[in-house]
Write a protein that binds this ligand. Sequence first.
Ligand SMILES: [Zn+2]
Length: 175
Amino acid sequence: MYLTFDDGPHPQITPWVMNQLDKYGAKGTFFVVGDNAERYPELIEEITERGHSIGNHTQHHVKGWGMTDAAYIEEIKLCDKRIPENRLFRPPFGRINIKSIKQLADYEIIMWDVLSRDYLKRLDTHAAQRRIRNRTVDGSIAVFHDSEKAEKNLKMLLPNYLSFLNEQGYKMEKL
Ligand SMILES: [Zn+2]
């Protein structure tokens, strides 16, 4: 299965995530915001050096609606300049508004089937724990956020989920 982390990199939270992954020999995929990548280029290097993948999550985490296709593509291209060459793209908010998907033909668009909802201010983490466990199957793509907004929930959910995945015999691979 595949663990993905959106909206970083963040100088404390992203290294914390990688340390958790290391405990289980897990690899992850980080969909970074170009703005953050620009601020913390050393983290982009560290993510790669530690064997994880990096994907594109636009330069400014744009919604896409109310914006031209050209401006949206420009957002993706800007983020590309901050990260190692790759084909992985995840649209912020999980929605693509672009008229011609052909314009994104060079990218592999990665959504998910296991949503942690770690970004919610009031999350019942016990219920969330059960939900993400139950939803996980072979090939699942789970999404978490290495962001301040999600930090508290992430720190509750991820160690427990990793231990569950490990017990169940899943291999946690990068995309
Ligand atoms: Zn996002």
